[in-house]
Design a binder for this molecule. Sequence first.
Ligand code: NAD
Ligand code: UDP
Length: 389
Amino acid sequence: MSSPPARMDLDGNPVAPLTICMIGAGGFIGSHLCEKLMAETAHVVLAVDVYCDKIRHLVDPAPPHLAGRISFHRLNIKNDSRLEGLIKMADLTINLAAICTPADYNTRPLDTIYSNFIDALPVVKYCSENNKRLIHFSTCEVYGKTIGSFLPKDHPLRKEPEFYVLKEDESPCIFGPIVKQRWSYACAKQLIERLIFAEGAENGLEFTIVRPFNWIGPRMDFIPGVDGPSEGVPRVLACFSNNLLRREPLKLVDGGQSQRTFVYIKDAIEAVVLMIENPARANGHIFNVGNPNNEVTVRELAQMMTEVYANVSGEAPLVEPMIDVSSSQFYGEGYDDSDKRIPDMTIINKQLGWNPKTPLKDLLETTLTYQHKTYKEAVKRQMSQASAS
Ligand code: NAD
Ligand code: UDP
């Protein structure tokens, strides 16, 4: 068995193998991070989650070459006394656990707030009390709406970067009113960021906060009725993939005018590995992780996905590939939206020298090829069973 080559940090020092307690390891980001750490490093992972479907190939059972490198701990961090022991065993804790699908924010606001704030409290506390380093996953949604969105539609200042580029140390967090329960997630994430920051300032907690900007790729969320609930509403990549697999029009919420920057999961994971292996450069920082070059409106994303899917599947595009739906029809009352999300990259560039590489078209080709291969037959079976019953 060949062991991975010795790792060096950005300052030329060897990186000692770490034990990492990864909470939420069974999710989309966690599964890619586990794969990367197993393939390219000698770090040991204590993978914590309530599900392991996305990392089954790594843990159930661990393949012989990974013996002793990764173990799965099925536990709910809400109520399990084993959590502190696992954090104590590790050098570093990475917390990914969260309810993080927008369809839940206004329909299950209590679960959303508990998951993103209350349930994260013991993780922060155990890290602080035991002098353990923490990498906590927050979100770009803490920025909320851009300053420019409050200007009249054609106001020239809307084009000025200081009215829309989102900077970790400067931009304000602008949320809608309390009745717009969409912001329950962003507000809970903001408060846990403030608590972590305060633990750093007052008690010396070594922390890094990550703000992902729409990381997408294979294994994101679920396809409703296949590997998730039929009525479930995942994030936009899985919603549009589901529509394409079923040959139904892609639904554009409120005209699909909101803008997003999408980054390929494999690019983003490289940034996380840099944070893991360069604590002196990452501690005490909040990092935007996104790809400012991949900006599209949701309507443009739908157009691109329709074209790319036609190429990778060989199926002709639909005559009517998109339809408009209102946000209250699609998400229910209390939905609201972030208008535009361009990450400023100065801090992550300076501290970690990280830059995203993959253009949107390329990442959609890889991802939709995966979606087609993984789900097409299952979707066909599920549709024929549904029509027979
Ligand atoms: P995900 O839903 O795929 O993964 C989250 C994982 O946490 C799931 O496997 C879930 O089972 C687990 N989990 C939730 N509650 C738990 C609990 N109480 N106990 C144990 N496990 C629990 O989501 P993801 O896309 O991988 O996101 C990971 C983190 O990154 C989240 O904190 C999310 O808010 C943040 N984030 C992600 C994105 C993105 O682009 N994917 C964007 C912004 C923020
Ligand atoms: N969206 C859409 N159709 C869908 C799913 C999502 O138009 O089927 C829109 C949604 O309103 C938002 C954007 O796509 O403007 C991105 O949604 P996502 O769920 O990925 O999460 P967000 O980026 O808002 O956190």
